[in-house]
Ligand binder design. Sequence first.
Ligand code: SF4
Length: 63
Amino acid sequence: MKVRVDGERCQGHTLCAMIAPESFELDDVDGHSSPVNEEVAAGQEDKVREAVHSCPEQAISIV
Ligand code: SF4
């Protein structure tokens, strides 16, 4: 399972990183999110799916 964050949509709400801190990191400057690894780590799938549903901007997609 792979995850992507659309940098155009992400508004830096930080929800994804709060839900799945092992899978998303936030930029120090603008707070925008990006995946720690494109390939979701074993055991993190459910949290990443939850982050997808929680993102107010629909910026996260699973491939
Ligand atoms: S929840 Fe969505 S908008 Fe907020 S930081 Fe994560 S990807 Fe960006």
